[in-house]
Design a protein around this ligand. Structure first.
Ligand code: XMP
Ligand code: MG
Length: 183
């Protein structure tokens, strides 16, 4: 779906498909360099990371494995609490593996810092993070993102996997949602 298909629902276009793809190619080159000669296990966080995962995996010029996790963080409304529940666990044994978590967006960072600790405790050789987007609030929690696409303003965004009530995930780019949609 294009921006023009839901024009009235969007306030501001942040990233086009081209900008995202160029950035993912850059990140893929860095990742190939850093993991030369080793097989990476990409762990996608459902459901938002589906598009990043699909494009990053195909941009990489090395053989990788993919697995998926679904988590939900307990919290009141939009505030994430840092207490995380696993809804779908990995199928892979992480012992000795080089794990790269693939995320769509880091907001408070609480979910991701919990997830990294959880995966590291399963005997992985390394656990690093690749995230397409990061909001400024993330700097409040100490979560090191080794591969970052873009820092974006502290506004609710949709597209490229990111949803509002499960909608707009199939938008090719990323845009700020217009308040009239959720107010
Ligand atoms: P943390 O724990 O970093 O949670 O606060 C990150 C999760 O919050 C969701 N999130 C968003 N989803 N547009 C969305 O569609 C946004 O602007 C946004 N900000 C945060 C998202 O599920 C992410 O995994
Ligand atoms: Mg969501």
């Amino acid at each position: 779906m294009e921006f023009s298909d839901v024009e009235g629902d969007l306030n501001e276009i942040l990233l086009t498909q081209e900008q995202i793809h160029d950035k993912i190619d850059e990140l893929a080159r860095e990742i190939e360099r850093d993991y030369a000669g080793e097989r990476i296990l990409l762990v996608g966080v459902l459901r938002g990371a589906v598009m990043v995962m699909a494009d990053l995996a195909r941009a990489l010029k090395v053989d990788i494995e993919m697995d998926w996790m679904a988590v939900s963080s307990y919290g009141t409304g939009t505030q994430s609490s840092g207490v995380v529940r696993i809804l779908k666990d990995l199928d892979s044994d992480l012992t000795g593996r080089r794990v790269l978590i693939v995320e769509d967006i880091i907001d408070s960072g609480l979910t991701l810092s919990w997830l990294r600790g959880n995966l590291a405790s399963r005997g992985a050789a390394s656990v690093d993070i690749c995230a397409l987007l990061r909001k400024p609030e993330a700097v409040k929690v100490d979560v090191e993102v080794k591969y970052l696409g873009f820092d974006i303003p502290n506004k609710f965004v949709v597209g490229y996997g990111l949803d509002y009530a499960e909608r707009y995930r199939n938008l090719r780019g990323v845009a700020v949602l217009a308040p009239h949609v959720y107010e």
